[in-house]
Design a protein around this ligand. Sequence first.
Ligand code: 26W
Length: 823
Amino acid sequence: STAKAANAANTATEQLKESIIKHLHSTLGTDVNKASHQAWWRATCAAVNEQVYDGLRNTQRTHYEQDTRALHYFSLEYLMGRMFSNNLHNLGIYQNAKQALAELGLDIADLEQQEEDMALGNGGLGRLAACFIESLATLNYPAVGYGIHYENGLFQQSFQDGRQIERPDSWREYGNPWEICRPESVQEIAVYGYVETVFDLQGQMKKVWHPGRIIKGVPWDIPIVGYDGSAVNVLRLWESRASDFFNWDVFNSGGYIDAARENVEAENISKVLYPNDETDAGKELRLIQQYFFCSCSLKDIIRRYKRRHGDDWSHFGKQVVIQLNDTHPAVAIPELMRILVDRAEMAWDDAWAICQQVFAYTNHTLLPEALEKWPLRLFEKVLPRHIEIIYEINRRFLLEQVEMRWPGDDAKKRKLSIIEEGHEQMVRMGHLSVVGSFKVNGVAEIHSKLVKSDLFPEMVALWPDKFTNVTNGVTPRRWLKACNPRLATLLDAKVGDDWPTDLKKLHKLADFAKDPALQDNFMAIKQQNKADLAREIKKLTRIEVDPAALFDVQIKRLHEYKRQHLNLLHILALYRRILQNPDYDMVPRVFLFGAKAAPGYKLAKEIIYAINKVADKINHDKRVKNRIKVVFMPNYRVSLAEKMIPAADVSEQISTAGKEASGTGNMKLALNGAITVGTLDGANIEIAEEVGADNIAIFGLTVDEVKALYESGYNSYDYYHNNPELKAILDWLETDYFTPGKPGELVAIKRSLLEGGDPYLVLADFESYLAAQQKVDTWYRDKALWAEKAILNTASVGKFTSDRSIEDYVERVWQLKPCRIKN
Ligand code: 26W
């Protein structure tokens, strides 16, 4: 039977080879003798797509025949990264493709690098959506992801003299082999205009929306391949276009130039992803983006439903569930109400009952500046009918729920109203989402608790069962099997090759954590991954690092609450100790950063600049004798994360307790054998529970201690004056030591930590952070001890597969059944 298997593999490899050559000729129009890596990559994608499309057709046919209940994931962001190696792995043909390409004289790694990242997201929230749709396909759940087909994804980052420069990301300038345009499923949506009140023949009052503009939505489908012969679902992304029909009268009235201008405006809607992470931009175009894709997607869902059930709405809530990825798509709630009440002429109560069966909402952040609020005037201008519907939702909510529960309590009504009163009235999208949904979840245990206690306590009093937790997860297919093939091969041998779909199996590894043979293998793999990354670092930054040093990694969006500047203060403390004591004994460390700052976030950009300037000084200081290297990797993105994570020894998860909803990078790094230095925040708490206190370096104030400190009146100057080392390094930043001839260039950090009041308690956690780092240094000196801890991290984090998150959603929220795909 091994001979049979080898034969089958040979055939698969031969067939792939033939198909690649066929596509090189007939799809790419080129020849083996002159094809570039780009052409070979495209030909290989086309060959792979033959199998992807078979799975896609089978899946769609099976779902249609069985009329399955399906999940519809609504998200403004999908951070997919590259699709090539994941599609190959999930189809089970990676080794065949590698072999086929080798026989054609090509290295599969060279082809992989040809693909632009699909970076249609900012950070955690967008990457979570990508992991979830992959797990949904793997677990055979009927599901569609809906979003926007941005022409430009998250900006590309480079550094000029240490400062962040942004360039547009035109990821599909030369086309993208993974997407299929579906002109047959175009939708039209309306914005602006006014609402007229009319009476029909029976004297019934009706609202008629006369739109100001019509926009066309063109769907692009990205097939999402499940692992190991399971479903192929779709991610459907909408591109905006000017609607030809509507503009006819503008043309006819001689307004050719005006019509052309309007075309540009319509096409602007899907032009660019807003690069803000955790700050609400509050811009008109952003609201239109949200409405555009929600409306297109709802119409698409309803079209598919009607194909089966016609005008009978009674099964809609049984067939359709919609998950709102944060409040960004919350406008879907009044839009479905509009469709049901105004278009389908349903009674309000019946329509509302359907909405409440259909929507569920995930909260991803508690930061006040990230909670979306729209100025009521703006909302009214863009969506005049929807604001009326929101008023009515709010009126009934305040009357039937709030007044019933707290009679005569106006303060409660003010606090709970979907419309915030004040100098400028605002629409609170969080409130709308909670009122309109049947379930609300946070993304880690602690975060879900805080959603209930701090964000929506009264809503919990009204509807205790509405609130739940689903701890985030990551797909082990991308974040272990594909990105760390050496470790994946070792795991296949040690625990069996079904760990990618049954990640708890990794726990078998724990029995061998003290076994010197396994320790040697495990650490040799880490060493090779570090050598690979060292080469990449050299290529990208010209900086030489020693793969034998400890690799300390902080990769995530740049934000004060994530405290990259706390990491910087640690680096400065070590550097200063070396200058004061040339023989200062420390394990050599390479500090690696990867982070993009929102283009308008001044202090975040100053932190990048400071890290780059300090890096430059330290990396060139002979006295350091390579005990410290600091590298800020440019243009951090999914494909770079895939190179950094397998090479990490230490994972920096150092947010102020209570601020990081979950984190998912923490899970990826631990899975690949990195040891976490972290606060008791987000999923760190659950990671600590899984790996055990000996295998993680926890430091800093807890959520309760943070609250108590704020309440008692936090004064960061106390820490500055009481800790001479801390004072010295903060004062250092004000000199011209790191920016010769330009004193004060790095003062922004010191200012925010002192005059600015240190809102994220960096100085309060400094001492405890340094102690945790000292502990890590001590651990690392004992090779066997470190290996054991690293192995136990990989062995213990099976809980954090996104397959488990999806099963939790299915059980607690979605109530779906898996659907076996028939060939
Ligand atoms: C309106 C502007 C805006 C844009 C994006 C506000 C907020 C966001 C996201 C909610 C930010 C985000 O990505 N949050 C992260 O979500 C991850 C997935 O649940 C969590 O792991 C992170 O802790 C959380 O910061």
